[in-house]
Design a protein around this ligand. Structure first.
Ligand SMILES: Nc1ncnc2c1ncn2[C@@H]1O[C@H](COP(=O)(O)OP(=O)(O)OP(=O)(O)O)[C@@H](O)[C@H]1O
Ligand SMILES: [Mg+2]
Length: 385
């Protein structure tokens, strides 16, 4: 549906490109998020798709229609792209009522897509209900709060049922509860109407909850593309492992060759630990990092534990915090920290000596060192889905 190929964008006066060689595809009807730390190039990528920025090079194609191609000299202007969008600085029309703001895109549809007045009102009401602004229809747009204006911008972007919806942090000004509600409403409408959506967020919980696929960016390049579960369970680099969710990372050296089971041993400050090779570049004698999620680890009594089992570490409980549905404990083995997430009724108290155990199959071994930790050298093209 949407194909971005080798996109580069350098801002005027900038020493290096804000986006360097970004390629990914968004299938029809999919919800794909651009995720990454502040300044990594999410908004720049989205603005290029919207036509608000001109790429230095690369191609943007929407369902066989070339929107941008520097080599072919094509650049479709913003208003001809027919996309729905909400940007960080959402522009509402201050001189219009809430209702007229949302209705405006329907009054400017191309002739072939025009709808009756009754249908316009029906769609406007639907969109306003979606964002919970139905009762404000008659108000001036400027008499809304920041969060309400943001929702108004979202309703306006959705109402024309665009082939592609571009959202840049569309829920950032909402309180936690409303944001949660809107997430699910947005997902419902998006899948009901089958609107292909690309949305930017730096909130990984939002990306994990909403996306069919996540495009994780770092410093202008793509670090990994894939479904949320894949980025979470099979991170391709230290950056991905540490950016998505919380994880324990222990550095060391690879002690053996991968076995038929795909496992290698990494000599770490905790002793030798076994894990699954998660990416190219893990070789015997080379530096590596072993990653394990706190919820993949269990705290056991030392006396009852089997001393022969792999990936069992003696540690002292330092602190525990109760998070409602679970608890998280920080433990120390020597000077190395371990974080474990477990059932809230765990009986171990600070000061207790325990055994922390984790299954080799739940640990990912990733290459480490300067070369591996730079995000350069990612594959030419990343496929979503
Ligand atoms: N108009 C501009 N002129 C010059 N540099 C810019 C401009 N807009 C963005 N940049 C720079 O380009 C880089 C990428 O910015 P971008 O806005 O795409 O980041 P982002 O991933 O959306 O970050 P955030 O999460 O903070 O919104 C940053 O280093 C930023 O400083
Ligand atoms: Mg941004």
């Amino acid at each position: 549906m949407l194909t971005i190929t080798d996109l580069y964008k350098t801002y005027r006066g900038a020493a290096s490109p804000a986006v360097r060689g970004v390629s990914f595809e968004v299938p029809r009807g999919a919800m794909v998020s651009l995720l990454g730390p502040s300044g990594c190039g999410k908004t720049t990528t989205l603005r290029c798709v919207a036509g608000l920025e001109t790429p230095d090079s690369g191609e943007i194609v929407l369902a066989d229609r070339v929107l941008d191609s520097v080599s072919r000299g094509v650049s479709v202007p913003v208003h001809r792209r027919g996309l729905g969008m909400v940007f960080q600085s959402y522009a509402i029309w201050p001189h219009m009522s809430v209702l007229d703001n949302v209705r405006f895109p329907l009054q400017t549809l191309p002739r072939s897509e025009q709808v009756s007045r009754a249908e316009q009102i029906r769609r406007v009401e639907e969109a306003l209900d979606l964002v919970q602004l139905g009762r404000f229809a008659g108000r001036r747009a400027t008499d809304l709060s920041g969060g309400q204006q943001q929702r108004l911008a979202l309703a306006r972007a959705l109402v024309g049922r665009p082939p592609l919806l571009l959202l840049d942090e569309p829920l950032s000004n909402l309180d936690a509860r409303l944001r949660d509600e809107m997430r699910f409403e947005l997902l419902r409408l998006q899948s009901e109407l089958g609107i292909t959506t690309v949305f930017v967020t730096h909130d990984q919980a939002e990306a994990l909850a909403l996306s069919d696929a996540i495009v994780l960016m770092n410093d202008g390049v793509i670090a990994q593309v894939g479904p949320p579960t894949e980025l979470y369970r099979r991170p391709a680099s230290r950056f991905v492992a540490s950016f998505i969710g919380r994880t324990n990372l222990w550095d060391g050296d690879v002690l053996d060759e991968p076995g038929v089971d795909g496992l290698v041993t990494v000599g770490t400050a905790l002793g030798p630990l076994r894990g699954v090779v998660g990416a190219d570049g893990v070789r015997r004698g080379g530096p590596a990092v072993l990653a394990c999620r706190p919820e993949q680890m269990a705290i056991e009594d030392i006396e009852t534990a089997d001393p022969r089992s792999p990936n069992a570490v003696e540690a002292v409980v330092k602190s525990s915090i109760f998070t409602g549905d679970a608890a998280e404990s920080v433990l120390e083995a020597g000077r190395v920290e371990l974080r474990v997430r477990h059932a809230p009724d765990n009986r171990h108290a600070p000061g207790d000596r325990v055994l922390v155990r984790f299954t080799p199959g739940d640990c990912i071994v990733l290459p480490s060192g300067a070369e591996a930790d730079s995000t350069d050298g990612v594959p030419e093209r990343e496929l979503v889905g």
